[in-house]
Design a protein around this ligand. Structure first.
Ligand code: IMP
Ligand code: MG
Length: 205
């Protein structure tokens, strides 16, 4: 492991106060302690799986003009690796979503804060996301995008926490299924920190 990573984590960690994400509270001290213990997926494991996903997608969209839509910010690193591993051409665009209030069974608190900039009507669209958790974000986005009449609409997620679903949602391509643990790195954040880490780490409550 790169020795500079724990040092950077330690410095960042000092600015990290107690907070909560998706109703889960984290205390000072845990990030650094757990970073030393637990890498969930190393960069080489990630690379191998991303290539496998890209191969499946390349096969499925052979001869088509694929439009890839990434969900900011979490998906940007995964998407960058994924599209560079494809054996077919694609165009890219991005959408950004925000959710307000505590996440309940309703998806009404989710809004699009940055929309895609081109029409998807009649296009073959692949939405790329870092992780599906409750399913609220992706089911909301998929429903909004379907109203715009794409030819096909599929979803590729890097990680899937099946057991946390509040609404039924199945991605078409899944990198890894994981247990109910909070993960950071490879684009995923905790209070905007740790997106830069090249591996996936677990941080505990
Ligand atoms: P959902 O609407 O609950 O499926 O929310 C998915 C979003 O929650 C993701 O795009 C992430 O921003 C965030 N999220 C859920 N679990 C994690 C995690 O373990 N680490 C980092 N972000 C997460
Ligand atoms: Mg996200």
């Amino acid at each position: 492991m790169n020795l500079s990573v724990p040092i950077m984590l330690h410095d960042l960690h000092k600015s990290c106060s107690k907070g909560s994400i998706n109703g889960r509270v984290f205390k000072r001290g845990y990030v650094m302690e757990h970073e030393k213990k637990e890498i969930l997926f190393t960069r080489s494991v990630i690379d191998k799986r991303v290539q496998e996903l890209a191969d499946m997608i390349s096969r499925d969209y052979q001869g088509k003009e694929l439009m890839v839509i990434g969900i900011l910010k979490g998906a940007f690193i995964f998407m960058a690796d994924l599209i560079r591993s494809l054996q077919i051409a694609c165009t890219v665009d991005f959408v950004r979503l925000a959710s307000y209030g505590s996440k309940t069974v309703s998806s009404e608190q989710i809004v699009i804060t940055k929309d895609i900039e081109v029409s998807i009507k009649g296009r073959d669209v692949l939405v790329v996301e870092d992780i599906v958790d409750t399913g609220l974000t992706l089911s909301y986005l998929v429903n909004r995008l379907k109203e715009r009449e794409p030819q096909t609409l599929k979803v590729c997620v890097f990680l899937d926490k099946n057991e946390r679903r509040k609404v039924a949602f199945e991605a078409d391509y899944v990198g890894f299924h994981i247990e109910d643990r909070f993960v950071v790195g490879y684009g995923l954040d905790y209070n905007e920190m740790f997106r830069f880490l090249p591996d996936i780490y677990v941080i505990e409550e």
